[in-house]
Design a binder for this molecule. Structure first.
Ligand code: CP3
Length: 355
């Protein structure tokens, strides 16, 4: 068993007693950090950075040198697995991800492979092993995957989408074909997350960024069902410790009870969901990660501290809260404001814990 110097992130996920509220942020490594931009240029582009074992490991660790974060998150992207399945992917500045040939037919789905992670995604497991070595059991390392629905959205739409018309057309006109794709993605994700865990990942997050665009019935059939399947099939314990699982559906506030029933340990919640309500609804089953609006980081240090104080109070006394953002850090915020937020969470949360 590996004893972590700071295990409050993992303990909070399991709703165990801790001293202060842990904090990490999605995109804590990214373009708002000048040292990240240097490494991005050195690598050439975003995908090259994700595949460069040295540089991706360095970038994973960069925010930890500036801030007292309670967890590191693997530097990668959810769409890397789709590339390994056979799709050509690029990231264009100010546009975002793009698949050159989006999926349109059963034939396209049949051509996709289920990657062997140690072979086709071996750079990921190498980065994980390197980062774990560098972290030297100080704080845990988070791994992640996109949900099948969210990955399918990008693979069918080709890029970020506003109306989701292509995938919804397939959902309503050819649902069997879409289910074949979602199944193939779920099988790939199970192998991928298990490989991440075997390489040293200590907690996983499933990002369902696009789940919130569905009706309740479609959410259950096309997104939640597959997240359930993934949770049922991933390794729950490694190195003698539980590997807690977090589910995050952006815009999923109305389905927290359904999400909590999947067997996950925690739910990520966005800022449209009130964290006190969320706790009343599911807090005896799962921990909650969230839920500050990332835009608050544009505001003054005083305003950021006010918001931190409000969210901590709103969750209230007791265990099972991980402070986080309702989405990723924006690239044009001031990096000093991240420090204000991290320090405020630690300083202002002492009275909310029983330990
Ligand atoms: O959180 C972390 O620090 C780990 C790294 C991480 C990235 N992407 C790096 C990244 C994680 C966890 C992700 C997840 C991801 N990627 C999601 C799910 C969470 C979410 O954001 O909703 C999604 C939908 C993607 C797909 C994606 N990747 C988009 C839509 C974009 C463009 C938007 C943007 O911010 O530029 C990306 C690019 C991306 N992924 C960047 C980073 C640091 C910026 C690329 C750059 O450096 O130029």
């Amino acid at each position: 068993m590996n004893r972590l110097k700071n295990d409050r992130y993992l303990r909070a996920l399991l709703r165990q007693p801790i001293d202060i509220t842990p904090i990490w942020m999605m995109r804590q490594a990214g373009r708002y950090l000048p040292e990240y931009k240097v490494k991005l240029i050195e690598a050439g582009n975003f995908i090259a950075l994700c595949k460069n074992i040295e540089l991706a490991s360095e970038v994973t660790l960069q925010p930890l040198q500036r801030y007292e974060l309670d967890a590191a998150i693997l530097f990668s992207d959810i769409l890397i697995i789709s590339e390994a399945m056979g799709m050509e992917l690029s990231f264009e500045a100010n546009i975002g991800p793009r698949f050159s040939i989006p999926i349109t037919s059963l034939n396209d789905i049949n051509k996709l492979s289920i990657p062997d992670p140690e072979l086709e995604l071996g750079y990921i497991t190498d980065i994980i092993r390197k980062v774990r070595y560098e972290l030297n059991n100080t704080i845990p390392l988070i791994g992640f995957s996109g949900s099948p629905w969210t990955l399918a959205t990008y693979m069918i739409e080709g890029t970020s989408s506003k109306f989701f018309s292509k995938i919804k057309r397939m959902m309503y006109c050819e649902s069997k074909i879409l289910h074949l794709l979602l199944n193939k993605l779920a099988d790939s994700i199970i192998l991928y997350l298990n490989a991440q865990i075997k390489a040293g990942i200590q907690s996983v997050i499933i990002f369902d960024t696009c789940g919130g665009v569905l009706s309740k019935r479609d959410y259950i059939e096309f997104s939640l069902y597959y997240m359930h399947k993934i949770i049922d099939n991933i390794i729950k314990k490694n190195e003698g410790c539980y590997v807690p699982i977090t589910l995050f559906t952006k815009g999923g506030g109305q389905w927290l009870e359904l999400m909590a029933a999947t067997g996950c340990n925690a739910l990520g919640i966005d800022w449209m969901t009130d964290i006190a309500d969320a706790r009343r609804r599911v807090g005896n089953k799962v921990a909650l990660q969230g839920n500050m609006d990332p835009s608050i980081l544009y505001a003054s240090p005083e305003r950021i501290e006010l918001e931190v104080a409000y969210i901590l109070k709103n969750f209230g006394i007791g265990e099972g809260h991980i402070f986080s953002l309702g989405h990723g850090v924006y690239q044009d915020i001031s990096y000093n404001h991240v420090k204000v937020c991290v320090n405020a969470v630690h300083r202002l949360s002492t009275n909310y814990h029983l330990k």
